[in-house]
Design a protein around this ligand. Structure first.
Ligand code: EPZ
Length: 430
């Protein structure tokens, strides 16, 4: 997706035109989880058998991971929402910087490559719009499992000593419950010799999805989804057929779309317990929520300000902080929104202020005074979730807004304007 192009001397930037004062109705369908599908694709490196993943979302990040795996020599077939992957005849263990820099999830390949081939050369992914995003915990875990790690010219070169090139089980205590570090260490440990454990592990549902896949491949993982994960190493993993879980962040984004437009909507499929903290805050701010198996019915009343602080799962997810702030900008009363996970995830504040939101930012805490109506404006999403927040704010604002940042948006939302338009929105993509 080009970020901008020059046509007849003017710079053209792809954008959405969003009609405001919108009300939605009917149902919004949720795709497979981006942050699960990406790591499940990396896990395909752990076996030479074929892995078939269903319910894979159509996203630029998925295309990026497909390109990364192809660079390593992996055979991949991608039809609609199904991916067939076979890491047979892996000939490469090095990834190019230009691919890793744009898709930090490619760093997930380091664990499986080490476990399978005993070596890996992965450029440091570096920071992004929302923060420095270090990988120190990932490296700490791999070293504990016996890997030699060298940093040179921005590249992490990892290798397993000894003739058998097999990692050995270890007990790792994470300094912070990092999702990526938990996934990296988990994928390295499943083929290590002996028992491993990860304490202070991330408990996000994506970790459970990965552990479920690995166990279906023949691994012996227990405790995933809790603070301590135990792994009994095995010598070989087999292929399998697996369905990616629904995307809890897309689902949460749609729930907030219903709330900010004061619309009665059905959202599905959802695993409700994946969104407990978000559902609680939506109830607290005035939404009636009905759970019926994998469908959530949301019926907003008068929306009032509530406070949120982002936390590791099962706390309020950082990925819904920006969308929820858009909602609070239209609520009755004051809300205090504190971002605890990333150091720079408040870029949407300035954009919401341009739409008339009344927000005071002190460091990573925003004090939001709700206003009766936002006003449409040209706005920009600086990261994936800020871009989504801009769309939500535009749906409720007075007038037609122009939302830029589609290069970010399309990484994590599959045809979001098509889904919203079929529920009554009026959004055009240029
Ligand atoms: C995953 O990123 C998600 N991405 C992120 O989603 C999500 O925001 C994040 O988890 C938290 O839930 C994918 O799964 C592809 P972390 P990850 O390691 O694994 C610090 C989106 O919008 N940290 O749990 O990179 C780090 O700086 C994206 O879909 C260390 O300090 O997240 C951050 O402040 C954005 N040292 C915090 O932990 C480390 O070694 C959370 O990072 C590793 C992380």
């Amino acid at each position: 997706m080009p970020i901008a192009a020059t046509i007849s001397g003017k710079t053209f930037t792809p954008h959405l035109e969003v009609q405001g004062n919108c009300s939605l109705s009917g149902e919004l369908k949720v795709s497979g989880a981006k942050n699960s599908a990406l790591v499940l694709m990396a896990a395909s490196l752990l076996t030479e058998d074929e892995l078939i993943l269903e319910n894979v979302p159509n996203l630029t990040d998925i295309e990026g991971m497909r390109e990364i795996l192809s660079t390593l020599g992996v055979k991949i077939k991608h039809e609609k929402n199904r991916i067939q992957i076979q890491a047979i005849g892996l000939h490469h263990v090095a990834l190019p910087y230009e691919l890793v820099h744009v898709l930090r999830a490619s760093f997930f390949c380091i664990g499986p490559l080490l476990a399978r081939l005993g070596q890996a050369k992965i450029p440091l992914p570096g920071g992004c719009e929302i923060g420095a995003r270090p990988v120190t915990e990932h490296i700490k875990g791999l070293k504990a499992l016996g890997a030699f790690i060298n940093f040179e010219h921005g590249v992490v070169t990892a290798s397993v000593p000894g003739t058998r090139k097999r990692l050995r089980g270890a007990h790792v205590v994470l300094d912070c419950p990092s999702v990526g570090a938990t996934e990296t260490i988990l994928m390295a440990a499943v083929l290590a010799e002996g028992r491993s454990s990860i304490e202070n592990a991330a408990q996000e549902p994506e970790i459970q999805d990965l552990a479920n896949l690995l166990n279906r491949m023949g691994a012996k993982v227990s405790g995933a989804g809790g603070p301590k994960i135990t792994i009994e190493g095995v010598t070989k993993l087999r292929g399998c057929h697996y369905t990616v879980m629904p995307d809890r962040i897309e689902a949460g984004t749609f729930l907030i779309a219903a709330a900010i437009t004061r619309s009665f909507l059905h959202i599905s499929p959802i695993i409700p317990e994946h969104l407990s903290a978000v559902l609680q805050k939506l109830r607290d701010c005035g939404c009636n929520i009905l759970i019926n198996k994998d469908t959530i019915e949301i019926n907003p009343g008068e929306i009032k300000g509530v406070d949120i602080t982002t936390q590791p799962y099962p706390g309020f997810p950082t990925d819904l902080q920006a969308p929820f702030m858009a909602l609070m900008a239209t609520a009755k009363g004051t809300s205090v929104i504190t971002e605890k996970i990333y150091e720079n995830r408040m870029q949407h504040v300035a954009e919401l202020q341009r739409m008339g939101a009344s927000i005071r930012l002190q460091g990573n805490t925003a004090v939001v005074e709700g206003v009766a109506r936002l006003s449409a404006a040209p706005v920009h999403g600086g990261d994936l979730r800020s871009a989504a927040a801009m769309i939500l704010a535009s749906l409720s604002a007075n007038g037609i807004s122009k939302v830029e940042g589609l290069n970010h948006l399309d990484r994590g939302y599959s045809s979001i304007e098509k889904k919203l338009n079929q529920a009554g929105a009026n959004i055009l993509r240029y």
